[in-house]
Ligand binder design. Structure first.
Ligand code: IFM
Length: 747
């Protein structure tokens, strides 16, 4: 298996894309795959997790730290760097087994070739540390100028987010401290270097940059190298960030580059020991899949016990660095199966942001918890009322994602329950999860509508996963997820009401019984638990779930969908007047047609496949697939997984590859109206993983045991993966004929 991706020519048009494709990160920060000499025009970003800023009325977005890797060179008075000076050769490569980005670029100079190589990583061993090695060789003697330091003039979409950047030069250390606009948070970046050449250093402060400049006479037989250690802390981190930045890089410099690299590589090896998937017979798929999970590893929050992952990971500020349903419905399984502690951290974020969800519900006049569609710190909903700009008028278009995608609360419940089922661990339920589930149930309960003549409850005026059709009634996915929420609440209520008898529960540190009693007592002060049980049982029984049509077997996506215009995707595209035009909302070309943006009924069938006859799954797959634009990177994997359940692995295969290659191929929508939405696609990465493990290998839980019911694509000989279930590590190997599951014991 080749763990390297490469670009062997420099194509200026690929700068943005490569920033995503070659991204490195460690969950605390992500560094776009840009070059050392790049600046904000090339979308350089050292993107920070979970810290945001807002300027004026513009969108609140995550911060990019000052770039401590900034470096450029001059030779004999001429600046050599991309994209300005065309190179003689160029190679950018990412070793995604170890998250190491390297570049090698040569330029022709009047006296021969000049070669620059560099290597960088965001340490997996210490989340605040970035390390770099930079070397220069020349063909002929000359005068070389090396300029390296910290560039505080960062790329922002809705900035500038730093009111000021303080620059400090303190013996061997350079610092840039950004002071944010909204909360006056501090982002502190410090760097130090070690070099194999002796020459005086000049420190230059220019604008928001602080730079070291070295001028030296160079000879062809030498390689001129410097190593750089950069630390990043913010005032949100515990401790004295000023000292911490200093201590970290001082220590790292003493240990040296190779030592730091070894620690970093070892941490990555630990991850792959569990999460690597081996596919015999299909290198391309194996590489794309492990590349996908490389991205998930690079953005996993391991430095805290409460944080989630943004829809574009740590690739920049698109989608406002906000957390969507993507985390629970698409990414969570990877972490549950390979690193449950990260799954816990993701869900703890939702538990901690419950007050934000309760406030959002209350602001709309609802009871319970309505989670943010685009969640930032504290559960603040960053989703704007105007999420799309009309390409024709330049006016903002009213969209209702924030107000009407009520399925978000159910996704949170789904994530918590999945954590309980896969880990067998009730700690999240006991520490706030029960309350989240009850509050989400209260939210849906408040929204139920009963028509006088019908003995059923409906959910009206919603948006399902297919965002092109806004404000519809009885979206099948939403209604089924609300039912799931009621069912989960019933489970929790029964657990609490029976808390005298918890003998059927697996013991967790011997404290579960005590804890259950405690939360029973605290929650029964707040809620009438018996009354809630009766209410939610009634709601779960009577909520309307659209059934397969008796003649066709098709489940209507929402009331009236069947009456919409039937038109092919190709025909619809011919109606576009502008390539970036928005398809949904009030006037979109898809709005009045059956063309949908992404898997909707198919997502529901995937989650609840056991409730339907196999022919219903197949009928709906066949019905909806040609009507789906796959305009979201979340779509293909849902179709791929359902295709596996319909025993069509070869049909699933291209859809799986589409998900797994989302960031390799650089496809996917870059614009929603006039708004840039490019970046990495962690939901597609998670979807690719789910398709491989749960779809092709058919890993599932049956009667409390882990089972595999493989449906491999015909070109695959075998697939091997590891899965953690109830604290045990299982090695699973499937072929077309055999399934082997070995319990390797407690992890
Ligand atoms: O959550 C998704 C949504 O389903 C479709 N638009 C993009 C969002 C973020 O990935």
């Amino acid at each position: 298996m080749n763990w390297e991706i490469k670009d062997e020519v420099f194509v200026p048009d690929l700068i943005t894309n490569n920033g995503n494709k070659f991204l490195i990160g460690n969950g605390y920060l992500g560094i776009r795959g840009t070059l050392d000499e790049f600046k904000k025009n090339e979308f350089v970003a050292v993107n920070l997790a979970g810290i945001y800023d807002q300027v004026g009325d513009a969108w609140r977005e995550p911060l990019n730290a000052p770039n401590g890797l900034y470096t450029h060179i001059e030779f004999n008075g001429m600046k050599y760097g991309l994209p300005e000076v065309e190179p003689a050769s160029h190679n950018l490569s990412l070793n995604y087994r170890h998250g190491i980005l390297s570049r090698a670029t040569t330029w022709s100079t009047p006296t021969g070739l000049l070669k620059v190589t560099s290597e960088r990583f965001a340490s997996m061993a210490d989340k605040h540390l970035i390390v770099m090695k930079y070397s220069i060789r020349v063909d002929n003697k000359g005068v070389l100028k090396i300029v390296t330091g910290i560039d505080g003039d960062v790329w922002d979409i809705n900035g500038p987010h730093y009111d000021d950047v303080l620059l400090q030069d303190d013996s061997d250390y350079l610092s840039a401290i950004g002071i944010t606009h909204e909360n006056k948070d501090l982002v502190c970046v410090k760097e130090t270097i070690e070099k194999n050449f002796h020459t005086a250093e000049k420190v230059i402060k220019t604008g928001r940059k602080i730079l070291r400049e070295f001028t030296l006479d160079v000879l062809p037989e030498h390689e001129y190298t410097f190593y750089k250690w950069v630390s990043v802390y913010t005032s949100k981190d515990d401790g004295d960030y000023g000292n911490l930045t200093y201590e970290l890089i001082t220590k790292a410099k003493i240990f040296g580059f190779e030592h730091c690299k070894r620690d970093h590589v070892n941490e990555w090896e630990k991850k792959w020991k569990i999460s690597e998937v081996v596919i015999e017979g299909d290198e391309e798929a194996m590489e794309a899949l492990n590349y996908s999970t490389y991205h998930l590893h690079s953005i996993a929050p391991r430095h805290t016990d409460s944080l989630s992952i943004a829809a574009r990971g740590l690739s920049g500020q698109t989608y406002k660095g906000a957390v969507f349903w993507d985390t629970e419905m698409f990414m969570l399984d990877f972490f549950l199966f390979t690193e449950p502690n990260v799954a816990k951290t993701l869900l703890k974020y939702r538990i901690d942001t419950l007050p934000g969800a309760i406030k959002k519900a209350a602001d709309y006049g609802y009871q319970g918890a309505f989670y943010a569609w685009e969640s930032q710190e504290g559960g603040f909903d960053a989703c704007s009322d105007y999420n799309v700009t009309d390409v024709f008028t330049g006016r903002k278009m009213r969209t209702y994602f924030k107000d009407k995608q009520i399925h978000i609360s159910a996704a949170v419940v789904y994530g918590i329950m999945r954590y309980v089922n896969f880990t067998g661990n009730y700690e999240l339920i006991l520490n706030g999860g029960a309350e989240v589930i009850l509050e989400c149930a209260a939210f849906y309960y408040d929204l139920l509508v009963k028509k006088v003549h019908l003995d059923q409850y409906e959910l009206l005026d919603v948006i399902g996963p297919d965002e092109y059709h806004e404000r519809v009634n009885n979206n099948a996915y939403t209604n089924r997820m609300a039912k799931y929420t009621f069912e989960s609440a019933i489970g929790v209520l029964k657990l609490l009401l029976d808390s005298d008898d918890v003998s059927n529960l697996k013991e967790n540190n011997g404290t579960i019984k005590e804890n259950l009693k405690d939360i029973y007592e605290s929650l029964s002060d707040k809620y009438d638990l018996n009354n809630l049980l009766t209410k939610y049982q009634d709601a779960a029984n009577k909520i309307y779930i659209p059934e397969p049509n008796r003649q066709t077997g098709v489940i209507e996506q929402f009331d009236g969908y069947e009456q919409l215009e039937e038109v092919s995707l190709e025909e619809l595209k011919t109606r576009l007047l502008h390539e970036k035009e928005y398809w949904g909302g009030a006037y979109g070309i898809a709005t009045h047609t059956k063309i949908i943006k992404q898997a909707d009924v198919v997502t529901m069938l995937n989650l609840f496949s056991q409730e339907y006859e196999p022919n219903v799954l197949l009928t709906n797959w066949k019905y909806y697939e040609p009507r789906t634009e796959h305009g979201s990177s979340l779509s293909a994997c849902m179709y791929a997984m359902l295709a596996c359940k319909c025993n069509m692995p070869d049909i699933a295969y291209p859809l799986f590859l589409k998900s797994a290659m989302a960031d390799l191929s650089g496809g996917g929508k870059q614009w929603a109206g006039l708004i840039y939405i490019g970046g990495t696609h962690p939901a597609a990465s998670g979807g690719a993983y789910m398709t491989a493990v749960e779809g092709f290998a058919g890993v599932h839980i049956e009667d409390g045991e882990i089972k595999a019911d493989a449906k491999l694509p015909s070109n695959w000989k075998s697939m091997k993966c590891n899965v953690i279930y109830h604290g045990d590590l299982y090695e699973i190997k499937v072929t077309h004929e055999n399934t082997e599951i070995n319990n390797l014991g407690q992890i």
